[in-house]
Design a protein around this ligand. Structure first.
Ligand SMILES: [Zn+2]
Ligand SMILES: [Zn+2]
Length: 335
């Protein structure tokens, strides 16, 4: 079963993780290009890496190419991944645009997901993991998310402009370089133009929930994300349950709700976890028969105190998790 091995790896710091299954590249809100991220990971002793950009798998091709160029003795494995944002509770959808014609840039994403009304209690992230050729059938779902993200960004820019803040989509695009821009890039443009002291200030004043230019995003429910990943032949896992503010009871209820849709795992190892958080996640995974995943949520320069593999210095992702994940994928695909 184990078709990637650590046996030959040497000269690495004892205790540092050699697995990081949660990282972001410049294709979403990380600072490193996928190729750089793969090289950096290999250079610091990581032997199994996944890039899990928000709502996009655009970096997968380049990352696979970079991984293929590493010396075979590295035993480096790249697992294509994605992290999808879902809205949980209150009907799964905080979009005010449904009932307001014209508020959604031609309605590109309107009304496709979820149901019900009222604000959701929180945002839940769902990780999806795929073998190299496994991501294609998720493309229409990802495409829909991308359209909604763009429409939402334009709503935010519109609100900023209405407040007299002179920032354009082009300004944010310039900050994002080649990727689809998002709120961090709008924040960077606001800072550059002197409308905010720093990124935090830009979010607080304008972009965060409650900010003057905040615009809600229409999001799928966790169940819709899990089902889409599962149907595409991937492994779906709940990302950083503690960071999402899920208490034990809520997490168990969410798992019970998502299991019939094809939930396979939970991110038990995470940079922000306390030892108790991790122990709780491990216990829950075992109780529900879920596999465990783990990673740093590395964003490069955009989250300076989180390092690849080691997170805030206390992350230790067990070596065997990628094998278990790959085995689960193979078992799911067996007829
Ligand atoms: Zn996340
Ligand atoms: Zn993340």
């Amino acid at each position: 079963m184990a078709h990637w091995a650590f046996g030959g790896a040497s000269g690495e710091t004892a205790g540092a993780s050699r697995v990081d299954l949660h990282t972001h590249s410049s294709c979403s809100d990380g600072s490193l290009a996928p190729v750089e991220l793969v090289r950096r990971a290999a250079g610091c002793g990581i032997r199994a890496l996944s890039i899990t950009d928000h709502d996009t798998m655009d970096g997968v091709g380049a990352a696979l190419g970079a991984a293929a160029q590493l010396p075979p003795e590295c035993g480096f494995v790249f697992l294509p991944g994605v992290e999808i944002s879902a809205a949980y509770g209150g009907g799964g959808n905080r979009n005010g645009g449904r009932g307001k014609s014209g508020s959604n840039s031609g309605g590109s994403g309107a009304g496709r997901w979820g149901g019900g009304a009222g604000p959701p209690r929180r945002e839940i992230h769902i990780l999806g993991y795929f073998l190299p050729q496994g991501g294609e059938s998720l493309a229409p779902f990802i495409e829909m998310m991308k359209r909604e993200r763009t429409a939402r960004n334009l709503r935010i820019i519109g609100r900023l402009n209405a407040l007299g803040v002179r920032v354009s989509a082009e300004d944010a695009e310039a900050e994002a370089k080649k990727s689809v821009f998002g709120r961090p890039h709008i924040a960077a443009a606001l800072v550059k133009k002197g409308y905010a002291r720093d990124m935090n200030g830009a979010f607080e004043r304008y972009l965060a929930f409650g900010g003057r230019a905040y615009a809600p995003k229409e999001s799928p429910t966790p169940a819709e994300c899990v089902a889409a990943i599962h149907e595409a032949g991937g492994v779906a896992a709940i990302a950083h349950p503690m960071r999402s503010g899920l208490r034990q009871r809520e997490l168990k209820a969410l798992i019970a709700e998502l299991a019939p849709h094809g939930l396979s795992g939970i991110e038990a190892y995470y940079a922000d976890n306390t030892p108790q958080d991790t122990a709780n996640c491990v216990a829950i995974a075992s109780a529900f028969g879920l596999i465990m995943t783990g990673g740093s949520d590395f964003h490069g320069e955009y989250r300076k105190n989180v390092r690849l593999g080691s997170g805030r210095g206390n992350l230790r992702v067990p070596d065997e998790l990628p094998d278990i994940l790959i085995e689960r994928l193979q078992r799911m695909r067996r007829p």
